[in-house]
Design a protein around this ligand. Structure first.
Ligand code: NAD
Ligand code: UD1
Length: 357
């Protein structure tokens, strides 16, 4: 086949690719989902204001997938007119909405910024979708909407009682989406309640790149391993758990990214909306994670036991049964895989995306 002919076919394929708007697509989970979208024949259209990310992540997504065709629009989702214009220009069929702020501690000191970005931002996107006639939205919610466990594992029917402003913003957007889909409009929504996403793409090219001192366990452990932090503070070793440290349901970010494609395709195929847990159903303690990371990396992780972190729950994990029933999805990657891939990312990029900026 002539080269010119091949190029023409490649560009025809691209023209036919279904375009998905991905607000927050340069972030941790968004960039991994962009990889999955491209690999399944979709074209992500990324909108991000880079408040917590770098455009380098999308360059890396292009390297992983071998595409050079991911539009990146630097914009704030609160700019409704711009969002509508982008949806129209790229004829987006659906939205996978990651854009928002996510630091629980910061949300208690700067709550209005959290409501503005997460609630007002989501409202703006929904307004733009209505105007542009875009019918499907996948929304990043969090297990944090459940609050103090009344029973475990958390099922989707567990009462909702978030205990911090960040959690309240997720809960509020869930309420807004539920009201919207119950109205006469023809938008449908998939609300995904993530448990604790960790790990990275196995290539080590993309991963979580937190600003400053990491709040979350896995990026902190990984930074101790490369010598950026002297030791891990284990927040509490006197919980009522098998080894006294906090227990969580960790999920590999690649499993999570795959779930977004399955949820998207479910929404595009049927009018129903849904809310579903995305977790593995297994809880691991802080010390389990440290041991698994030491094994995967060959590095010893210095640690000190410290006071409990205010607001932390002793233990929680997901009931993943509904995700399997509804979406035919379950996690397939293990804690060992999460640690191996986290280490690939951290060891290849000890300072995150900084070097490439
Ligand atoms: P992230 O910070 O890496 O990604 C969020 C992206 O949104 C960033 O690229 C940021 O620059 C962008 N953004 C923020 N506000 C914006 C705005 N107003 N306009 C445009 N872009 C904006 O976070 P992540 O870990 O990838 O999380 C993605 C989503 O999933 C968030 O909504 C988060 O609350 C939710 N979530 C994350 C976790 C987790 O542990 N990572 C758990 C549950 C839910
Ligand atoms: C936190 C958020 C949650 C959010 C999730 C993923 C709180 C109260 N909850 O959950 O809303 O969805 O992050 O972004 O902040 N740990 C240490 N040392 C550290 C860091 C963590 O021992 O330096 C422990 C914690 O006490 C906890 C476990 O590790 O037991 C996991 O912590 P983390 O990764 O911060 O996630 P969550 O607290 O579950």
């Amino acid at each position: 086949m002539e080269q010119g002919q091949m190029r023409r076919i490649a560009s025809l394929d691209r023209d036919q690719a279904r375009r998905i708007l991905v607000p927050g697509g340069a972030g941790y989970i968004g960039s991994h989902t962009c990889v999955e979208l491209v690999q399944r024949g979709y074209q992500p259209v990324v909108v991000d204001n880079f408040v917590n990310s770098s455009p380098v992540s999308i360059e890396r997504v292009c390297q992983i997938t071998g595409t050079n065709d991911i539009p990146v629009i630097e914009a704030d989702i609160r700019d409704t007119k711009r969002m509508e214009a982008v949806m129209r220009e790229y004829e987006c069929e659906a939205v996978i909405h990651f854009a928002g702020l996510k630091a629980v501690g910061e949300s208690t000191t700067d709550p209005l910024n959290y409501y503005a970005n997460n609630v007002q931002g989501s409202l703006s996107l929904l307004d733009a979708m209505e105007s542009a006639g875009v019918k499907h939205i996948v929304f990043s919610s969090s297990a944090t909407v459940y609050g103090t466990p009344v029973f475990l594992p958390y099922t989707e029917e567990h009462p909702l009682a978030p205990t911090n402003p960040y959690g309240m913003t997720k809960y509020t957007v869930e309420l807004m989406l539920n009201d919207l889909v119950a109205s006469a409009c023809d938008i449908n929504a998939g609300i995904l309640r993530y448990f604790n996403p960790i790990g990275a793409h196995p290539s080590g090219k993309i991963g979580e790149d937190p600003n400053g001192i990491p709040n979350n366990l896995m990026p902190f452990v990984a930074q101790v391993a490369v010598g950026r932090r002297p030791h891990l503070n284990v927040f509490g070793n006197d919980y009522d758990t098998p080894d006294g440290t906090g227990v969580r349901d960790y999920i590999h970010v690649v499993d999570l990214a795959e779930a977004h494609i399955v949820a998207l395709e479910k929404l595009m195929a049927s009018p129903d909306s849904f809310t579903v847990n995305l977790g593995s159903g297994t809880g691991y303690s802080v010390l389990d994670v440290v041991k698994a990371f030491e094994k995967a990396s060959g590095c010893e992780i210095a640690l000190e036991f410290a006071e409990r972190r205010p607001g932390d729950l002793p233990a929680y994990w997901a009931d993943p049964a509904y995700a399997l029933e509804l979406l035919g999805w379950k996690t397939r990657l293990t804690l060992e895989d999460m640690c191996r891939d986290q280490w690939a990312w951290q060891s290849q990029n000890p300072n995150g995306y900084l070097e490439d900026q």
